[in-house]
Design a protein around this ligand. Sequence first.
Ligand SMILES: Cc1ncc(COP(=O)(O)O)c(C=O)c1O
Length: 412
Amino acid sequence: MTSVFPDRGRDPDELAGLLADWQTNDIDWKGGRAFSLVYNADDPVLEQLQHDVANRFLHENALNPFVYPSLLRMEQEVVAVAAELFGTDPQAGTMTSGGTESIFLAVYTAREEARARGVDRPRLVLAGTAHPAFTKAAHYLEVDEVRVPVGPDLRADVDAMADEVDENTALIVGSAPCYPYGVIDPIVEIAQLALAQGTMCHVDACLGGWLLPFWEEIGEPVPAWNFSVEGVTSISADIHKYGYCFKGASVIIYRDVAVKRRQHFLFDGWPGGLYGSATTAGTRPAAPIAAAWSTIQHLGRDGYLVKARLVKAATQGFLDGVNAIDELEVSGRPDMSLFEFSSRSGAEATGAIGDRMDDRGWHLDRQQGGLHLMVSPGHVHVVDAFVADLEDAVVSGGESRGVAPSYGGVVD
Ligand SMILES: Cc1ncc(COP(=O)(O)O)c(C=O)c1O
């Protein structure tokens, strides 16, 4: 068998050429034809800043914040900004690598809190639309997860949740908004339920955390979702989504700084000395921390407001385009900048529309009930072209290639 490990090193130019070639098969997010995975800020100055900052911090390691005071300061300031936006103590959180890790830590902290009050089999209650990261966390952490169906408005059905909440319940979850339909769960009622049971309540604002504060400021209706709601005890919010940082940046923020300390892991029985770590990773890349800080400082509130207006304009354009086509319908009443739509003629017709859009170079994600769009500032440039192609795709109809609904993926 030939070895895959190269005998001789290869020239950087050769590798750069090869990678550029390979990348031609990757999804093109810069052209505005993708609706998930990358949040295109459409901002060359910000992008250049992020490249420069990432280069500067490429080799640093946030495992030990005491030897990198610059990283410690940036992380603390990012957490303080998030805490201020959500309405709590500036020290009550940590940065993580993404939504999944923030959610993992929220579930872990709630499990530890529940164990501390004597619960043997901690339970997690959430709506079926909550992100699969909760199921993954529950699986890893041996927490019993109960998903309940959503109501007709596609929001968490709080009565159905109440039926499942018991004295073992460690955590009740609401999404602001949920990924599949872009609707915000009734956070006030969910938090009331948690208060009544004396348990924790997490708001998954991975999507909304860095957009809803500005969405509200530009005059859009935003139901209460953050620490202004009594009973909300933790919030996850991804800076690598509508915070416009590159991947690897999220925050988990607690109402109470003492609860955050449950996340901390310390071990002093090791010849290497005391091991301390606040999140799941050990070694942590510094570039996302430095880039998150730089992005927030560069954009500032006014920059985030400009982006929120672009996202709103593009979302409205897409929604108007979809709503103008009788054959199509939007699922529920999306609260923010992402939504699902489908054909009134059913799944086959919806699949065919997705395929015809693929043929025209668009990448719409397939969900169980329709096609999904997540809108970024960069999409303002493509609304008209998208709507024109969508009209064509609906008229063309044809057969569906049967692309399965999927999100993420694994390769054996
Ligand atoms: C609502 C919600 N929560 C959590 C996540 C998980 O975030 P990540 O993919 O950064 O781990 C996502 C990702 O899209 C999301 O939309």
